[in-house]
Design a protein around this ligand. Structure first.
Ligand SMILES: O=C(O)CCC(=O)C(=O)O
Length: 280
């Protein structure tokens, strides 16, 4: 019984996302069912799973949370299947503002958390990729954690993974699993996606999962794919390529304990020194 609460079967869905919202949601529900059939207890969808990723789409696809239709389907499926669900993200509309928002559902279909992307993706690599989320989105300001068995899970979205302080706060809050629905691109994905997943897992000695949409070469924004789960040793335990796919894997907290005991960086930090210099 004790051991059971320290293992968790997680599923990460690398979903094919197109321009038809109804089809996107239906497809997500189908894949969530497949994950449940494989025994998943916690399922995660990618960033922007009901809408194409792009500033010009956010307004058109946005919904209120939890009043919108996508939330209704998410609540129903989590309850029907008795699973925890991190619903990647969707464009959320609230009081004339738009957010990139992840909703989290429990096995009774209750909304137990929402996370609004805190760091907006504004990038300008002339001649290659220019993207400015802050043209249409507002940033969130709060962290979101929730518990499943003995796991404490912290949620971030995509670009958030570049900010190591953000992940460190989750570690301080006691998280042992970080989940980032995300959609890197063909410029930053090849060098940075796996590097950042492994870096955050290594810094914080926790499991880290990154969940991308599948690659669509005809889309305005071409996602890198490569959904992956990394363990606290910073080892990639499972990954997929760029097509639609599903990872189902078991996480074990004894590995988190072991790594943290073997390499005690967390307790050896010299915060008193860093803080003084950082504040200057
Ligand atoms: O940081 C990157 O390279 C990609 C970030 C991104 O695509 C996003 O935040 O949605």
């Amino acid at each position: 019984m004790e051991k059971l609460s320290r293992t968790l079967r997680i599923a990460c869905i690398q979903l094919k996302v197109g321009t038809n919202k109804t089809e996107n949601v239906a497809r997500a529900l189908e894949k969530i069912r497949e994950a449940k059939m494989k025994g998943a207890e916690l399922v995660s969808l990618p960033e922007c799973f009901n809408s194409p990723y792009g500033t010009k789409f956010f307004q058109q696809y946005a919904e209120a949370v939890p009043e919108g239709e996508t939330s209704k389907f998410l609540s129903e499926i989590s309850k029907e299947l008795g699973i925890y669900l991190i619903a990647g993200s969707i464009p959320e509309s609230k009081e004339n503002k738009l957010y990139n928002t992840s909703t989290i559902w429990d096995p009774n279909g209750n909304l137990i958390g929402t996370y609004r992307k805190m760091h907006l993706f504004d990038i300008d690599i002339p001649g290659e990729i220019t993207f400015k989320e802050s043209d249409s989105l507002t940033a969130g300001n709060s962290f979101t954690t929730f518990d499943v068995k003995d796991f404490k899970i912290g949620v971030g979205i995509c670009y958030d993974i570049r900010f190591e302080e953000f992940a460190k706060i989750y570690r301080k809050k006691g998280c042992n699993l970080l989940v980032y629905p995300g959609a890197f691109n063909m410029k930053t994905g090849p060098l940075h996606w796996e590097l950042l997943a492994r870096a955050r897992a290594n810094d914080n000695q926790c499991y880290t999962a990154l969940i991308s949409p599948a690659r669509d070469v005809n889309a305005d924004y071409v996602a890198w794919g490569h959904t992956m789960v990394v363990d606290p040793w910073a080892k990639v335990v499972e990954t997929v390529d760029s097509e639609e796919g599903l990872i189902v894997t078991d996480l074990d907290l004894s590995l988190v304990d072991k790594v943290r005991a073997n390499i005690p960086v967390y307790n050896q930090r010299r915060s008193e020194i860093y803080d003084t210099i950082d504040k200057k």
